[in-house]
Write a protein that binds this ligand. Structure first.
Ligand SMILES: Cc1cc2nc3c(=O)[nH]c(=O)nc-3n(C[C@H](O)[C@H](O)[C@H](O)COP(=O)(O)OP(=O)(O)OC[C@H]3O[C@@H](n4cnc5c(N)ncnc54)[C@H](O)[C@@H]3O)c2cc1C
Length: 375
């Protein structure tokens, strides 16, 4: 009989895992703490390694219809606008990597992933509070007093993973002392002023990334990294002060000025990460995505690597459905080195500032990358 799997968290990683497992005949139930899904005001970059994941679960045509494919990703000096690096991302990159580089609304991506999970497989308003995985199988306990049983559990519950805490005890995240201001807004508010399709503006101690997130370029997104050590709130809903945002970018190039002055509101998020973990689980429990390897957003690879994890885990479970702990170990072995390298490179925040070869990031194919032998 196929194993019964519990996935904690209906974020990018958890949803991709359920979507990848379904055609393999492995039943997974997702338990999500939220009462419903909100359309968060954020953009997201899906690089070719992530688009290959989406292609494999049947979402590429849908994503292509709404997402924006930029011609290039430009990197510029903050004040002069001098080009420091220009990475082709249009047809040339698509031919090279066999998949496109697309920019989109985070809500569109999340909605698309939800559409690939069979109805009834996601249980909302189920906040996991406790977990017993000492005996045969796993018992999950939720904040509403209910409980559920499964053969194994995958923790896709994000950077503040409750499962990780139950396993390793309380740990502190790494506070970078920096803040991501971010917002999406109608391009019409720029009053016809032309901006780069996708550009990272590099200052001495701060940056801003600006790009379109819709195929018809009617919506703009930006995300920053600026020093603000006193602010430590991580939340998709916390709002920021527009004057403070604008003062952070005083003196930046006119394109940046136009964008930060056009946006009508802004959100604010303290940037944190964690260092790589030596192991990702124990017995019938494993961590995935941000629960295992949270990173700063400077390479735009957090969701991409969570989705890659999901595919590799689905392959390991298909290969070894009757020994889940072995499948989990194999999955962690397959993924640790790559994700640790991306976490470390993201921490440095130099990726793409100067000409850089990104083949090791974008060329990866989670569907075919060889799985390691069992330990
Ligand atoms: C400003 C910003 C910009 C970013 N830009 C990009 C980008 O362009 N490209 C990219 O690839 N990545 C990007 N990332 C990173 C990306 O958002 C994350 O890495 C990604 O969302 C991780 O996916 P996940 O499924 O592991 O966790 P999450 O998406 O955080 O999902 C975790 C889910 O678990 C649920 N949950 C948590 N605790 C419980 C519990 N106890 N019980 C039940 N459910 C629970 C949560 O409600 C949530 O739905 C960005 C991040 C930030 C902050």
């Amino acid at each position: 009989m196929a194993p019964k799997l519990a996935i904690i968290g209906a974020g990018m990683g958890g949803l991709t895992l359920a979507a990848a497992l379904h055609p393999r005949g492995i039943a997974a139930r997702i338990y999500e703490q939220a009462k419903g899904f909100e359309r968060l005001g954020a953009g997201i970059q899906m690089s070719p390694n992530a688009m290959r994941v989406l292609r494999g679960i049947g979402l590429e045509p849908r994503i292509r219809m709404t997402a924006f494919q930029p011609r290039t990703w430009t990197n510029r000096d903050w004040d002069s606008g001098a080009l420091t690096n220009e990475l082709p991302l249009g047809g040339e990159a698509e031919t090279k990597y066999g998949a496109p580089y697309l920019l989109m609304h985070r809500g569109d991506l999340h909605e698309a992933l939800v559409s690939r999970v069979p109805a009834g497989q996601i249980e909302l308003d189920k906040k996991l509070v406790d977990l017993d995985w000492g005996g045969r199988g796993v018992t999950l306990r939720f904040a509403d007093g209910s409980k559920a049983e499964a053969d194994a559990v995958v923790a896709a519950d994000g950077i503040h993973s409750r499962v990780r805490e139950l396993w390793l005890g309380p740990e502190k995240v790494n506070h970078t002392g920096r803040v991501a201001y971010r917002t999406t807004f109608p391009a019409a508010l720029l009053n016809g002023y032309a901006i780069d399709q996708c550009c990272k503006w590099w200052g001495a101690d701060r940056h801003i990334v600006i790009y379109y997130i819709t195929a018809n370029r009617d919506e703009v997104y930006f995300v920053t990294s600026v020093p603000e050590p006193e602010f430590t709130v991580e939340s998709w809903s916390a709002t920021g002060d527009l004057d403070q945002l604008r003062s952070h970018f005083a003196g930046f190039h006119e394109q940046v000025q136009r964008v930060v002055h056009a946006c009508p509101r802004v959100h604010k998020w303290a940037i944190v990460d964690r260092d790589p973990l030596p192991g990702w689980g124990k017995g019938p429990m494993v961590l995935l995505g941000d629960a295992a390897h949270p990173m700063t957003q400077y390479m735009a690879q957090g969701a991409a690597t969570a989705m890659e994890d999901a595919v590799v885990l689905s392959r390991c479970l298909e290969a070894e459905p009757h020994d889940i702990p072995a499948a989990f170990q194999r999955f962690a072995m397959a993924r640790r080195e790559r994700t640790a390298r991306i976490q470390g490179t993201s921490q440095q925040n130099t990726f793409m500032r100067q000409p850089t070869n990104p083949d090791w990031v974008y060329g990866y194919d989670a569907w075919s990358d060889p799985l390691p032998e069992y330990a």
